[in-house]
Design a protein around this ligand. Sequence first.
Ligand SMILES: Nc1ncnc2c1ncn2[C@@H]1O[C@H](COP(=O)(O)OP(=O)(O)OP(=O)(O)O)[C@@H](O)[C@H]1O
Ligand SMILES: [Mg+2]
Length: 450
Amino acid sequence: MKSKLLVVDDEKNIREGLADSLKMDGFEVVTAAGGDEAWNRFQKGDIDLVITDLRMPDISGEELLKLIEAETPGVPVIILTGHGTVETAVEAMRAGAWDFLTKPVNLDHLAQIVRRALSNRELFLKHRRLEEELEQQKQFRTMIGSSAPMRRVFDTISRAAPTKASILITGESGVGKELVADAIHELSPRKGKPFIKVHCAALSENLLESELFGHEKGAFTGAVARKRGRFELANEGTLFLDEIGEIEQNIQIKLLRVLQEKAFERVGGEETIETDVRLVAATNKDLKEEIAKGVFREDLYFRLNVVNIHVPPLRERKEDLPLLFAAFLKEFCKDNEKSIEGIEPKARSRLFSYDWPGNVRELRNCIESAVVMARGNYITEDDLPPNITLKNEEPSIRIPLGVTMDESERIIIRSTLKAYKDNKSKAAEVLGIGRKTLHRKLIEWGDVDF
Ligand SMILES: Nc1ncnc2c1ncn2[C@@H]1O[C@H](COP(=O)(O)OP(=O)(O)OP(=O)(O)O)[C@@H](O)[C@H]1O
Ligand SMILES: [Mg+2]
C-alpha cells in the first residue's frame, strides 16, 4: 500500500509543486492550504507523514506539530522554512519534528528524507505493537509468549492458581518452569504469604530431609539447635519443590504422607506438626518413565500431578521468538547502557533456524552476549555466539542433560540403529563395539527378542 502524505503550505505554487513531485516518487499525496485545514484532514486518521510550512496565517506549523504529537505520536512531521526562520525550525526539531528543510526545497533530498522517515515509522509501529503485547501480558509479569501452546499454559495457570490443587510442572531444562511456579503463587490467594523454593537435586538425602521437615536439637551430629523445615516455613503459602524427580524413596514416602495427612514430624522429633501448604513441583524428567523403572512412587506422582502444566520446548513454539527477543533486548540494552534497535535479517533468520536445546535460558544468554558484542545499532550475524551460526548439517543425537550414562548409552545405540535402518552389523561397526555386545544390550533392554 502506498504511504499517504499530507503537504501543508499556504502558497499554492509550493504546495502543488511539492505534491506533484512526491506523487511522481510514488507516494499518495493530499494537500491543505493552512494549519486549520491540515489539522481537520489529519484527524481522519489515515496520514502516514506530514510536510508542513512553518509560518501560516492560522495554525502555525509548530502548533500543528504539537497537535499531531499529542494525537498520534510517531507520525513524522517534516518542517519547511523560508530564510530567516531556521531558529524556529530548530525549535520545532526540539519539539519533535523529524527534520526540516529550507526553501527552496531540493526535491530529491525531500524524497529521501520522506523515505527514511517512513521506514523509521514502520519500525516505531512494530516496536509499539510488541510493547502493547508485552503490556497485555503483565498479568504473568516476567513470562512472555503469545504462541498457542504458551496461551494454553497461561490459561491453565489462571484456572489452577486460585485452587489448592497440587501442580506438577513438566518440561525440558530452561523452558521457564520456575517462572510458572512464580506465576501460580502470584495469582493465588496465597500471594503475600510465604513462597518457599527447595532445589531437591542440590541436597543430599539427609540434608534434604531436614531441610524439608526440620529437625530437633541433637537429631544427628551437627544438629545443635532445633530447626524449622520448609514445610513449616511455607505454612499458609506455597512450597515449590524443584527437580522433584531427583528425590530418594525415603523422602518420597514422607512427602506422600504430608500430602495425604497434612502433617509431619521433624527429624528426630515426636510432635506431629500440622501444615497448610500448597505444593507445586517441577521436573525435567519423564516421571512415568521413572515409575516404570521403579525409582519414583506412582502414588506420590498422582498426588503431585493433580494438575499438570507442560511447558513446551522453544523449538516447538518459535512464534514466541520475536516477543522474547524484544524483551531480552530491552533488558540487556538497559543493563549495558546500549541502544540497539533490532536485529539484521540474516541474524534474525539464524535465531529462527536454530534448535534451542537450552530453550529460553539459552536464548536469553545468547541475546545478552549479542548485546555485549554488538558494535552498531543492529545485532548482526557476527555478534551471535558461534554455535548458533554453525550450520548444523551433520545428523546428530540429542541427549538431554540429567540422564545417566546408562540412559545415554541407550539413546546413542538406539539412534544409531535407527539411522542405519536397523542394520545391526553396520551400527556395531560405527559404534566400535562387537555385534554380539550390541545384541546382548538390545536383549537386556527388551528391544529385541532372544
Ligand atoms: N516465557 C518466558 N519469558 C521470559 N523469560 C523466560 C521465559 N521462560 C524462561 N525464561 C527465562 O529463562 C531462564 C530459565 O527459566 P527457568 O529457570 O524458569 O527454567 P526451568 O524450566 O526451571 O529450567 P531448569 O529445568 O533448568 O530448572 C530464566 O532466566 C527465565 O527468566
Ligand atoms: Mg528450574
